[in-house]
Design a protein around this ligand. Structure first.
Ligand code: HSE
Length: 309
């Protein structure tokens, strides 16, 4: 029996729609792989994954495992999958990707297949595309590899792990709302003006340079999304208020995490991230059980990605 952990992720990073992402320290999903009772892949248990399918061909972890077994030439190998969801899905922190990634990392060790993390990516991507309805690696790749990931081409999974400056940390805020990635993608216009393209490519390219020179002021100037955020932010409760407060408190930037409704801030120190966390708890208030209505996470960017645990 092998258990693997794969972290939640912030994708897009404001200016890299479908091509940038980084993993969080927590939360993350755990997947346990063990020998099945009969030939083929079964999902025997899903904890805290209300609404997720036990049918392997409709489940991101199930599809990932099936694809990997096919690749290895042992499609009927008896495999039992247990998924321990540690985060809600439909929140924009790569829940489906984390299950897909954890499943193939666990399977790789269980079978002693000795594939590299890079070689495992296509199977997790196939699994994740079941949930997302599209082929983009900005959750799967950072969850697997760790660090800030820049993707040149999603089809061939041509990516680069970027330099992460010392001190850079995130705050991720999950408001009390749910948005499915497929829906959040369907509202996007497929038209971008020349002016928007110039601004977005300038910001994205300069962000990469600013990370390598640890130039926090320049990082801050780059974190401005003129294409996607204006089309999606209205779906997120209190987005404008939260963004304004985070920027007043010294965030380097603030935008939507993935397809939302989660939001993220990048910060240069814990003083700023602590203040933003406190502001988020205040802005979103309490739920009817008296608990904080928003979940808030903050930490340095996870540099390791998925692992057997
Ligand atoms: N890049 C994708 C999107 C991420 O924003 O739709 C989804 O998690």
């Amino acid at each position: 029996m092998i258990k693997a952990f794969a972290p939640a992720t912030v994708s897009n990073v404001a200016v890299g729609f479908d091509i940038m992402g980084f993993p969080m320290e927590a939360p993350g999903d755990e997947v346990i792989i063990k020998e099945g009772k009969e030939p083929g892949t079964v999902i025997s248990r899903i904890t805290k994954g209300k609404g997720l399918s036990y049918d392997p061909i409709k489940n991101t972890a199930g599809v990932s495992v099936i694809k990997m077994l096919e690749h290895l030439g042992i499609p009927d190998h008896p495999i039992d999958i247990e998924i321990r969801k540690k985060m809600p899905f439909g929140t924009g922190i790569g829940s489906s990707a984390a299950s897909a990634v954890a499943s193939v990392v666990a399977l790789n060790h269980y079978l002693d297949a000795k594939l590299t993390k890079r070689e495992l990516l296509p199977f997790a991507m196939a699994g994740e595309s079941v949930a997302s309805g599209a082929w983009h690696g900005d959750n799967v790749i950072p969850s697997m590899m760790g660090g800030i990931i820049l993707i040149r081409d999603n089809a061939t999974l041509d990516f680069t792990k970027l330099y992460v400056p010392n001190g850079l940390r995130y705050v991720v805020i999950l408001p009390p709302a749910q948005i499915l990635t497929s829906e959040s993608r369907s509202i996007l216009s497929d038209q971008v003006t020349l002016k928007q393209m110039i601004t977005q490519t300038g910001n994205a390219a300069t962000l990469v340079a600013a990370l390598y020179s640890s130039d926090f002021d320049k990082i801050s100037r780059c974190l401005q999304d003129v294409v996607i955020e204006p089309q999606r932010s209205h779906l997120i409760p209190k987005f404008d208020e939260m963004k304004q407060k985070a920027m007043e408190l010294g965030a380097l930037g603030f935008s939507i995490s993935g397809s939302g409704p989660s939001m993220f801030a990048l910060c240069r120190n814990t003083f700023t991230s602590d203040n933003i966390e406190a502001a988020a708890r205040e802005i979103y208030g309490k739920d009817h059980h008296g608990r904080d209505a928003a979940k808030v996470y903050q930490a340095p960017i996870n540099l390791e990605g998925a692992e057997v645990c």
